[in-house]
Each structure stands twice: as structure tokens, then as C-alpha cells.
Design a protein around this ligand. Structure first.
Ligand SMILES: *[C@@H]1O[C@H](CO)[C@@H](O)[C@H](O)[C@H]1NC(C)=O
Ligand SMILES: *[C@@H]1O[C@H](CO)[C@@H](O)[C@H](O)[C@H]1NC(C)=O
Ligand SMILES: *[C@@H]1O[C@H](CO)[C@@H](O)[C@H](O)[C@H]1NC(C)=O
Ligand SMILES: *[C@@H]1O[C@H](CO)[C@@H](O)[C@H](O)[C@H]1NC(C)=O
Ligand SMILES: *[C@@H]1O[C@H](CO)[C@@H](O)[C@H](O)[C@H]1NC(C)=O
Ligand SMILES: *[C@@H]1O[C@H](CO)[C@@H](O)[C@H](O)[C@H]1NC(C)=O
Ligand SMILES: *[C@@H]1O[C@H](CO)[C@@H](O)[C@H](O)[C@H]1NC(C)=O
Ligand SMILES: *[C@@H]1O[C@H](CO)[C@@H](O)[C@H](O)[C@H]1NC(C)=O
Ligand SMILES: *[C@@H]1O[C@H](CO)[C@@H](O)[C@H](O)[C@H]1NC(C)=O
Length: 518
């Protein structure tokens, strides 16, 4: 039966129109050059009349109508493939397609869709073994629905196997998909699986691979825990050393700085970052990881455990301060080898420098600075009496466009002393008026300085008042009052010092009167 069908398919064309001698060297050359003989269409029709079962005879059942050119081309491919597959007698029968270990040839023939569409009915065996095929399952071979053997082993086919279409090939008894890279499929013990057997799917990728399964178990039991442990270590290290690398929401306390963080912010406390070095406090200008600039005050003195706890408490207190005239504390570091306070970096100039600029030429402007400083100090004394600060013309900065005075130096670990604070305020006030400072190089400089002012006050006040301020007569009285206040504050005995409440009231009244005159 097969033989007779085949006879209709090939014998007629090949012996009558395309004797093998006509075929040139390659299938591609033949496809390009050969054209159907004039009576080809009639032959096909005759063939179909004799045997309507021939695959190319069905006009309607196939999606496209009968295509004479394609049928002709498929006969060319068939004759070449018959020869390539070493069929014994290509004139009489064409039972098998067999291409082993010839990747290019196999891929070329698989690409002739028209050939597979009109797949000769005599073919019962297709073997495309060891051809390095890298595509998905070559579904066009399934057009040869009559095949009994399909061997695609030793290729690199991937993707899924069209199990349903394969199941429909009722004559297929021998299937081999071994040694491929198909995706794993749930075919184990399915009808399809039982129809063939496990030796059809060796290393095909379709069945769960015991080795791979073992690998997975190994990964799950060994590698995974190791990875988790490593991750935990990393996270722990980050938490301890560089919490600024953690997302903000994961950080428990963003005001806690570690020494590693401050190391990074100051290029390992490099000299370029050092701003000043005084009384056991080194001040650095640092850049935090989020880009903010910060002033980092490092306390270099080695202290006891108890002192470290005090340091922590004081830092906690200053961290809570919120006032427009107090510098904002960002956090602190109190680790084994480093104690430091981190505050916002302020770009403004300090009052000492400001006093020499033209901006400081009016009494009113100077009083405004004093007023703001007093407001900041008053906030501290009322709400945070334990917080010590350093008040002088260098530590008060004028920040921003509106030149807001900012007390920028806290004194951690010094303890607070209200008499000293009032003394410092008095000195600050006198410097604001006179633009003169105690000469630090001299011994006993503050006493000499105060003595000098006291000599000229109140009779000869003009001598000590900064000339840059154009003082009118009516304000001179107020300036005198202010100098008197400064001298009271700096009086040697604490008993004669005014209380802070008194200072506050006097500064307010001076400030208000200067506003009125304006
Ligand atoms: C062609 O179609 C007829 C019915 O139209 C069918 O019986 C026959 O099996 C088909 N032949 C092939 C080769 O598909
Ligand atoms: C196929 O269709 C053509 C017209 O398109 C028709 O002449 C021919 O008889 C048909 N062949 C068969 C086998 O139905
Ligand atoms: C026949 O097939 C060829 C190539 O596949 C195509 O170029 C041609 O248009 C088709 N002819 C018809 C009538 O469908
Ligand atoms: C058929 O195959 C033989 C070797 O098997 C080869 O010598 C011959 O050239 C082939 N013929 C064609 C037309 O490819
Ligand atoms: C596959 O073909 C190559 C040559 O192309 C050959 O060396 C190898 O032994 C073949 N492998 C198998 C399993 O047939
Ligand atoms: C496989 O079967 C599906 C229907 O189950 C059909 O749509 C598809 O065309 C078939 N594929 C091949 C290559 O025969
Ligand atoms: C299966 O083989 C039988 C016997 O050779 C044949 O009659 C039948 O047409 C074949 N089935 C298919 C789907 O080709
Ligand atoms: C699997 O099938 C092949 C042929 O289809 C047969 O030779 C072999 O013995 C079978 N193996 C098992 C384990 O059933
Ligand atoms: C499929 O091919 C592999 C490798 O050649 C072989 O070990 C296996 O027995 C074959 N399976 C069948 C069912 O022929």
C-alpha cells in the first residue's frame, strides 16, 4: 500500500519529469533553477483522481488551496532527501528520513515547510539524531502523521514538547527525545509516558532529573542557609558600623552615628577636614552620606565609663533642642573609641567678623543680634537648664539671608554654671558695642579689658563705643545703659550680677526703644 502511494508521488514525477540525472548538486540550486514541466498540473490532477488520499490532493481541508509550485518544489526536496537519507532505491520507495550528525543538512531540510506540508505518505521513520538542533520542537515533522518512528535524540531542543499532537500520531510506536533540553513537563506516568517508556526521555529535560533534584536539595539545605547567614552578617555589620547605608525606615535611631560613619564623613579625620583644635575639642567639617554638611566636634579626652554615660545624656538633651537661634544638633557618637557631637553645618560668618563689616553699622542691627541671642539663651534656661553652651562673638553665627543669629557651640561634659554664663553674656554684649576684645595674648586679659571699659564709663563712653556706629545723642543714653548692663554681668562677684530675668527684661526694653526711634 505504502509503496503504491509512493509510486504515485515520486515515480511519476521523478522518472517522468525529473530523472535523477537532471538533479544538480544541491537542493538549493535545484529549487532556484528548476521549474514545473508544462503538463505538471494535469499529472497531479490525474494522480488525485487515482488516489484522493494523497496529501496534496486536499484543496479544502488544508488551509491554503493546492499550490502547484509548492508541490513541485516539494518533489525536488523529496528526491534530495531520499538520497541524503541513504534510502536504497529512491525510485521505488522512500521509507525513511535519516540524518545523523549533520547539523547544517538537518536544519536546512527542517526549514522547507512546503516539503513537510506535502510529506510523502511512504515515510515511516524520521531520525534526526545528533544534529545540534537548538530550536524548539520541530512541529512541522508532525505533518507526517503516518510515521512509526521518531528519533530526535542528541540535540539541544528546548521549550515544551507538543504532547497532544504527538499523542494523535496513532502509528507512532517508537519515540526518542533523549538528550535534549526540553522544559520539565508533568508527563511522568501520563498516558503519553506509558505509551512509550522512560528510555525515550533519558536526559531529555522532561522528567525530573534526580541529579538536579539532589543539587536543589543541596542548595536548599546547605547553600541557602549559608547565604542567609552571610546576609545576616552583612546586615549586622551594616547595623553596627554603617547604619547610614540602611534605608531610612530600617534605621532605628538616625541620630546615632557610628565611628565608621564619621570616619567616612571626614575622610578618616583628615587634616583638610579639620577646622579647629581647642581645649580637647577637634572640630571637623564633614559630609554625611545623604550629602548634608555637618560640623563634627570630637572630644579627644579619654574619660571614665560614668563620664561617657553623662556625655550620652547631655547629647540626648541637646539633640532635643528646637529653637531658631540654636544650631540644630543632628546626633552624636559615643562609641568605645570616639565621642563626638554632630551638628548642622552653618555657612554664615561669625559675629566677630560681622562686627567689622558695613552691615554692623547701626545700633539697632547690633541690638537685634543681642535680642535674638537672649531669646535663644532664655529658651535654654527655661527649658533645658542642664545644657551648657559657649557664648562669645565667635560661636554666634549669622546664618541665611536674614542673618539669623545662631548659638552654635554647646559645651558637652562641662556642666552648667549660670554665673559663668551671665559673665560670658556680659562680655558678648560689651564686645557688640565696642567691637573690642580682650587681648588673648595678654595675661589676665579679661580683667584688663573690663577695667579699660569701666574707666570710661559712664563719663567718657564715646571713647569706647565702636566708631562705625553712628550714635545720635538720644541713643547714647541707651548705649550707656547697655554698657552698664554688660559691666554688671561681668562684675567679679556673682552676688552683684543681675539675674537672667532682669537681663532679659532690660534687653527687651532696649530693643523696643531702638525700634521706636526708628
Ligand atoms: C483528504 O480529505 C479527505 C476528505 O476530504 C479525507 O478523507 C482524506 O483522508 C484526506 N487525505 C489526506 C492525505 O489528508
Ligand atoms: C482543487 O482545486 C482546484 C481549483 O482550485 C480544482 O480544479 C481541483 O479539482 C481540486 N482538486 C481536488 C482534488 O479537489
Ligand atoms: C504557492 O507558493 C509559493 C511559495 O510558497 C508562493 O510564492 C505562491 O504565491 C503560491 N501560489 C498560490 C497560488 O498560492
Ligand atoms: C546521491 O547520493 C550519492 C551518495 O550516497 C551521491 O554520490 C549522489 O551524488 C547523490 N545524488 C544526488 C542527486 O544528490
Ligand atoms: C555526534 O556527531 C559527532 C560528529 O558530528 C560525533 O563526533 C559524535 O560522536 C556524535 N555523537 C553521538 C552520540 O552520536
Ligand atoms: C497541535 O494541536 C493543536 C490542537 O490541539 C493544533 O492547534 C496545532 O495546530 C497542532 N500543531 C501541529 C504542529 O500540528
Ligand atoms: C497507520 O498505518 C496503517 C497501516 O499501514 C495505515 O493504514 C494508516 O493509514 C496509518 N495511519 C495514519 C494516520 O497514517
Ligand atoms: C522501552 O521500549 C523499548 C522499545 O520501545 C524497549 O526495547 C525497551 O525494552 C523498553 N524498556 C522498558 C524498561 O520497558
Ligand atoms: C533513545 O536514545 C538513547 C541514546 O541513544 C538510548 O540510550 C535509548 O535507549 C533510546 N531509547 C529508545 C526508546 O530507543
Amino acid at each position: 500500500m505504502a509503496s503504491s502511494l509512493f509510486t504515485f508521488f515520486l515515480t511519476t514525477f521523478l522518472s517522468n519529469f525529473l530523472p535523477l540525472s537532471v538533479l544538480s548538486a544541491t537542493v538549493l540550486e535545484d529549487l532556484a533553477t528548476l521549474t514545473p514541466p508544462p503538463d505538471f498540473a494535469t499529472t497531479i490532477t490525474t494522480n488525485c483522481l487515482h488516489n484522493p488520499l494523497l496529501r496534496y490532493c486536499n484543496n479544502t481541508s488544508s488551509s491554503s488551496p493546492m499550490n502547484i509550485t509548492e508541490i513541485f518544489r516539494s518533489t525536488i526536496v523529496a528526491s534530495h532527501l531520499c538520497n541524503e537519507s541513504k534510502n536504497p532505491n529512491c525510485i521505488d520507495s522512500f521509507p525513511k528520513i535519516r540524518i545523523h550528525g549533520r547539523p547544517k543538512t538537518a536544519a536546512l531540510y527542517l526549514s522547507f515547510d512546503f516539503f513537510w506540508k506535502y510529506c510523502p505518505l511512504t515515510i515511516v521513520e524520521i531520525q534526526l539524531v545528533n544534529n545540534s538542533l537548538k530550536s524548539e520542537f520541530p512541529t512541522n515533522v508532525l505533518s507526517c502523521a503516518q510515521i512509526r518512528t521518531l528519533d530526535l535524540s542528541y540535540n539541544q531542543l528546548t521549550g515544551s514538547v507538543p504532547v497532544q499532537n504527538l499523542s494523535r500520531l496513532t502509528n507512532l510506536t517508537h519515540l526518542n527525545l533523549s538528550y535534549n533540553r526540553f522544559w520539565e513537563d508533568k508527563i511522568l506516568n501520563s498516558e503519553f509516558f506509558n505509551r512509550f517508556n522512560a528510555s525515550s526521555f533519558i536526559h531529555s529535560g522532561l522528567l525530573p532529573d534526580v541529579k538536579r533534584y539532589k543539587m536543589r536539595v543541596l542548595v536548599l539545605l546547605v547553600v541557602f542557609p549559608i547565604v542567609v547567614i552571610l546576609l545576616c552578617c552583612c546586615l549586622g555589620w551594616l547595623c553596627l558600623k554603617r547604619p547610614d547605608y540602611l534605608p531610612r525606615t530600617c534605621r532605628r535611631r538616625s541620630h546615632k552615628f557610628t565611628s565608621a560613619m564619621l570616619d567616612a564623613a571626614t575622610d578618616e579625620f583628615s587634616d583638610q577636614r579639620l577646622v579647629s583644635k581647642r581645649n580637647g575639642v577637634d572640630i571637623y567639617r564633614g559630609t554625611l552620606r545623604d550629602g548634608r554638611e555637618a560640623k563634627i566636634e570630637v572630644y579627644t579626652e579619654k574619660v571614665s565609663k560614668a563620664k561617657k554615660r553623662e556625655f550620652e545624656e547631655e547629647c540626648e538633651a541637646v539633640f532635643k533642642l528646637r529653637h531658631k537661634n540654636l544650631v540644630r544638633v543632628l546626633g552624636w557618637c559615643n562609641s568605645r573609641n570616639l565621642r563626638a557631637l554632630v551638628t548642622e553645618w552653618t555657612n554664615g560668618e561669625n559675629v566677630e567678623a560681622w562686627l567689622n563689616s558695613s552691615l554692623a553699622s547701626s545700633w539697632r542691627r547690633r541690638l537685634r543680634v543681642v535680642m535674638r541671642v537672649v531669646e535663644g539663651v532664655s529658651y535654654l534656661w527655661e527649658q533645658w537648664p542642664e545644657v551648657a553652651f559657649d557664648l562669645n562673638t565667635r560661636s554666634v553665627l549669622l546664618s541665611g539671608d536674614d542673618q539669623e543669629p545662631l548659638i552654635s557651640q554647646f559645651k558637652i561634659g562641662d556642666g552648667n554654671n549660670s554665673s559663668t554664663n551671665i559673665f560670658n553674656f556680659g562680655l558678648f554684649l560689651l564686645e557688640m558695642i565696642t567691637n573690642l576684645k580682650p587681648n588673648e595674648e595678654q595675661e589676665d586679659s579679661e580683667r584688663r579689658y573690663l577695667e579699660y571699659i569701666r574707666v570710661h564709663c559712664p563719663g567718657n563712653v564715646e571713647r569706647v563705643v565702636d566708631e562705625k556706629m553712628k550714635i545720635e545723642d538720644r541713643t547714647l543714653e541707651k548705649v550707656k545703659e547697655a554698657i552698664t548692663l554688660g559691666l554688671m554681668c561681668t562684675d567679679g562677684s556673682p552676688l552683684k550680677q543681675p539675674s537672667f530675668m532682669q537681663i532679659y527684661d532690660m534687653v527687651v526694653s532696649l530693643y523696643e526703644s531702638s525700634s521706636r526711634h526708628h
